[in-house]
Design a protein around this ligand. Structure first.
Ligand SMILES: Cc1ncc(COP(=O)(O)O)c(C=O)c1O
Length: 384
């Protein structure tokens, strides 16, 4: 029977001041979807990202849904998305009745491959269809190569809307993840680098875009003393209490990024000598937040594959997880076109996400490394 404490993949990590902000919300009785903590959270997020307008929402998926709707996406349109991503990145395309077209990753970044995006746009246009938006995913906290993607989009005036759900605190050429693109969506799900206990945010420099997103997120109520509606909206606003948690988390963010990167480096030092084991690359253009440490395992060289390692970790009460299964491999998207696909299929088959929570101790990390080394048959060495 396993008695050691469970190590989770990426559990919430409260820094201490979250409760103070929540108490302020309670004291003022703003236990509602609007209130001073939410306004402050949005202002702080603007300071962090550089976006002049930020809208706190109930989830990252809601942020993507609203963003795509505000970009005018509807039936008949095509939205190009990363195939190596989480379904929340692309389900909103289906909510809007539009079609999705997937694009494979680049080997050096694992994010959307700009050359394949160019091929995808060309083939969609050749069918006489409109590419209404491109939504690349900043994967595992690493920004896509926005400039290279923009170079493909700009000549066709295609908006680049970044799914930065996993990339809070990451940078691209010195600016925050998502900044410089038409809009960006962020997630504060419980497993993310910072959390509001579930939540998301839509950011843009376009004031009218965020003003309309705000209206739609609050049931599209028109100005009147009674409830008057000329459009269908959503109940997507972030609660003031959730925003209070977010204010505390934002104070911790720099430390969280530093610790996630330290954890990545620790694993690389501890496991990098294992034959057949490699780590997610980081391109020079940015600084990943290393939300999750991801390894690739070459079974033919190491002697065990990622699933055997996952099971060995599970037997030690340690959670690890396969990578996102590419969207073009998902049964629900079986008829959806994908430009490329082999690279993300290979990454998916060989990859494993290791526990990366910022509250992990050196002993916790050593437990993970020891278990992996034992599973690989090379036991013993646990610390770098
Ligand atoms: C890449 C990506 N996109 C979208 C989402 C959706 O965010 P949420 O869970 O807050 O709806 C997530 C995370 O969950 C994600 O990892």
């Amino acid at each position: 029977m396993v008695t050691s404490k469970r190590l989770y993949l990426s559990p919430p990590h409260m820094g201490g001041t979250e409760l103070d902000f929540v108490k302020q919300a309670f004291a003022s009785n703003f236990i509602a979807p609007l209130g001073p903590q939410l306004a402050e959270f949005e202002a702080e997020f603007s300071r962090l990202t550089g976006f002049s307008h930020c809208l706190g929402l109930s989830s990252g998926t809601a942020a993507i849904h609203l963003g795509l709707r505000l970009l005018g996406i509807g039936p008949g349109d095509v939205v190009v998305a990363s195939t190596l991503t989480f379904i929340g990145s692309v389900s909103p395309v289906a909510f809007l009745g539009a079609d999705v077209h997937f694009v494979d990753s680049d080997a050096d970044t694992w994010t959307m491959n700009p050359a394949l995006l160019a091929r995808a746009v060309e083939s969609i246009h050749a069918q006489g269809r409109r590419v209404a938006a491109v939504i690349p995913t900043d994967l595992y906290g690493q920004c896509a190569d926005y400039d290279a993607l923009q170079a493909v989009c700009a000549p066709h005036s295609i908006p680049l809307f970044v799914d930065a759900a996993e990339a809070v605190g990451a940078t691209y050429k010195g600016r925050h993840a998502g900044y410089g693109c038409v809009a960006a969506a962020y997630s504060f799900n419980g497993n993310k680098i910072m959390t509001t206990g579930g939540g998301g945010l839509l950011a843009s420099d376009d004031e009218a875009f965020i003003t309309e997103a705000r209206r739609l997120s609050q049931q599209a109520r028109d100005p009147a003393p009674h409830y008057e509606h000329t459009t269908i909206g959503y109940n997507y606003r972030m609660s003031n209490v959730a925003a209070a948690i977010g204010l505390g988390q934002l104070e911790m963010l720099d430390g969280f990024v530093a610790r996630r990167r330290e954890i990545f480096d620790w694993y690389r030092d501890a496991l990098g000598d294992l034959p057949g084991v490699s780590f997610m690359p980081e391109p020079d253009y940015g600084r990943s937040n290393r939300w999750l440490t991801v390894i690739l395992v070459d079974e033919a060289i190491l002697g065990v594959g990622p699933e055997a390692i996952r099971l060995a970790l599970e037997a030690e009460n340690i959670e690890s997880r396969p990578l996102w299964k590419p969207m073009h491999m998902q049964p629900v998207f079986k008829n959806v076109p994908c430009t490329g696909g082999e690279l993300s299929e290979d990454i998916f088959r060989r990859g494993l996400c290791l526990p990366s929570g910022t509250a992990m101790t050196e002993d916790d990390l050593a437990r993970v490394a020891r278990t992996i080394r034992l599973a690989a048959g090379s036991g013993g060495r646990t610390a770098p």
